[in-house]
Design a protein. Structure first.
Length: 199
């Protein structure tokens, strides 16, 4: 199969997976059901993703790819760390509060096995947070911030940026954010972080 055709089929499969996730939850989104909805063969899904956990890991990884690649590019270029966070914050909020991430988190909350939650944590937070740690450590080395534990500083930044917004989205108490809201929230988080971790 040509690469562009494979990419299109993967998009169709992953769209079907999200649709079934919202309709039936994680337990009901079987590989066979996803294959039928995407009009793909069950064999294709197993060949491409390995198993159901592999498929949902691919969904989370693809969802987080933009923010992960942004941080990797900025770190490779040794960009000014606070400027990096200013660009990263709004994108992370759009990701975490977007429909796809919310669908995954709602399904994870309803999954008694904890399997989907583990996949989300591994392919999402546990992949992105170490990059945030590196950016904050660069800010510390430049004298922009002062702290002893980079991981604690990263957790503080994430709490200031995201707070309880994601859980409130999951339970339907806040709407999807606008780009303007994400920018303002990110700026406020950085201002507070700089104040709390002032050298």
């Amino acid at each position: 199969m040509r690469e562009e055709n494979k990419s299109l089929r993967q998009q169709q499969i992953e769209t079907a997976a999200y649709a079934l996730l919202e309709e039936k939850g994680y337990a009901g989104a079987s590989m066979l059901a996803i294959a039928k909805k995407a009009r793909a063969s069950n064999e294709t899904l197993y060949n491409w993703y390995g198993d159901k956990q592999g498929l949902f890991k691919a969904l989370v990884t693809r969802n987080a790819a933009e923010v992960k690649s942004l941080l990797e590019r900025e770190l490779a270029a040794a960009s000014e760390p606070m400027t990096t966070l200013a660009g990263f914050g709004p994108k992370l909020l759009e990701l975490l509060l977007g429909d796809r991430a919310i669908a995954l988190n709602r399904a994870a909350a309803a999954d008694p096995t904890g399997e989907l939650g583990a996949v989300i944590s591994l392919a999402g937070r546990e992949t992105v947070l170490p990059l945030v740690v590196q950016v904050l450590d660069a800010a510390r080395l430049e004298g922009k911030l002062a702290f002893d534990q980079p991981e604690e500083a990263a957790s503080l930044y994430m709490n200031l940026l995201v707070g309880d917004l994601q859980i409130r989205r999951v339970i339907g108490r806040v709407p999807a954010p606008t780009p303007g809201f994400c920018i303002e929230r990110s700026e406020l988080a950085l201002t507070r972080l700089a104040r709390l971790l002032s050298p």
